[in-house]
Every structure is written in structure tokens, then in C-alpha cells.
Ligand binder design. Sequence first.
Ligand code: AP5
Ligand code: MG
Length: 210
Amino acid sequence: MKIILLGAPGAGKGTQATRISEKYGITHISTGDIFRANIKQGTEIGKLAKSYIDAGKLVPDSVTCEIVKNRLAEDDVKDGYLLDGFPRSLYQAEELSKFADIDLCLNFEVDTDLLMDRICGRRVCSCGESYHISTLNGATTCAKCGKQLYRRDDDNPETVKARLDTYNVMTAPLIAYYSAQNKLASVKCGNGTPEEVFKAVCEILDKYGK
Ligand code: AP5
Ligand code: MG
């Protein structure tokens, strides 16, 4: 299956992507993770992306669309993939439709007043696992792989506010865009736990697969 994970910053796209990928064996592609890997490696793409990410803005479409197009041409995604964080604008969605035929767009509907706390309390691991300080009980290492947890540079209140504004203006219109194509499935997360949200996701995916 070719699936888009849509949702505001902190909606739980990455958290659910890990679970979906493990259960259904679908490759997880996160444009945010790709940019952060480039920043870490000091590539030209990383240098360019960093200024936009730190400001809570979208990295230019020319760069982002090219990265995704190349990634989707690789062998390991022939049978499907989870796109986490792409597309993020109507322009990107139109570009995507030129080189991919998406089956489903899962839209994570979360109470917006939860997002700031979720993101600012997030701690991540380089293995892809993500936690919140409220459930870490003081732990500073990853329960899955033992590596040191860290806070993303863009997880500070000022940048999060800009990211939420960018989402509302640029990304939210994609809900209507995929709904008009009958490809939208809403996951009503409310304030449900990651496990409860995953149960709702599985119900949608299992129904879709039948
Ligand atoms: P990206 O890395 O995609 O960040 P984002 O969209 O802002 O989303 P997040 O990763 O912050 O949130 P998430 O939904 O994955 O939530 P998570 O599961 O971690 O993009 C970063 C930047 O890269 C962008 O700002 C942009 O600059 C650039 N970029 C990326 N893609 C681009 C594109 N296509 N075009 C242009 N630029 C692009 O969960 C968050 C926290 O909540 C965690 O602590 C988690 O443990 C917790 N949590 C999750 N679910 C629950 C739950 N149900 N209950 C309680 N806590 C929960
Ligand atoms: Mg994420």
C-alpha cells in the first residue's frame, strides 16, 4: 500500500509510522528524518534545509520533491511505503501525483492544544524511536536500543509556533484535496494514547486491505 500520513506537527505521525511499519512491513519514509540526516552529515542539502527547519518553514519544493521522487524510485518501495511529512502543500501533492499513485491518506486529527506540550516534551533517539518526558520517568536512554536520547533543535516553543502556522496555511488544505479524491481516512485521535490511536489505524488499514 502507498500511504500518506498527514497531520500537524506533534500529531503522532512518526510514532504511528514506526508501529505501522513494524506490523504491516511497510517502508517508512520521513522527509523530516531525511533532512535531519543530511544536516548531521553536513551535506549541501542539509545546510540549506537547516535554515528553513530552524525557522519552522518548508524547505523549498524543488529540493524536497526531487528527494522524494528519487527515494520512491528505489527497489525497496516497489510494493508500498508510508510517506510521513510529504506532501506538505498543494504544490507537493500535485507533483507527487505525477510520479506516484497513492492509495490512502491517513489524517491524524488531534486536539491542537495538546501539540505544543507534546513537541516541547519530546525526546528522540537516532534509531527513530520517540518518547515524551512525562512517560520517561527520568530515563535518558532509548528503551529499544540503549542510545542517548536528545531533543530536536526545532522542538522549542518559538519554532513550534511557526511550524503550526505553516501547517495551518500550507498543509491543512490537503485534507480537502485528498477527501475530494476519496482517499482520505480520518483517525480521530482526541487525546488517546499511542496504543489507542494505533488500534484505530489498524481498523482502517485492515478494512482497507479487505
Ligand atoms: P518533521 O520531522 O516532519 O516534523 P513535523 O511535521 O513538525 O512533525 P513532528 O515530527 O514534530 O511530529 P509527529 O507528527 O511525527 O509526532 P511524533 O510521533 O513525533 O519536519 C520537520 C521540518 O522539516 C519541517 O518543519 C520542515 O521545515 C521540514 N520538512 C519536512 N518535510 C517537508 C516537506 N515535505 N516539505 C518542506 N519541508 C519539509 O509525536 C510527538 C510527541 O508526542 C512525541 O513525544 C510522542 O512520544 C508524543 N505522542 C505521540 N502520540 C501520542 C499520543 N497518542 N498520546 C500522547 N503522546 C503522544
Ligand atoms: Mg515526525
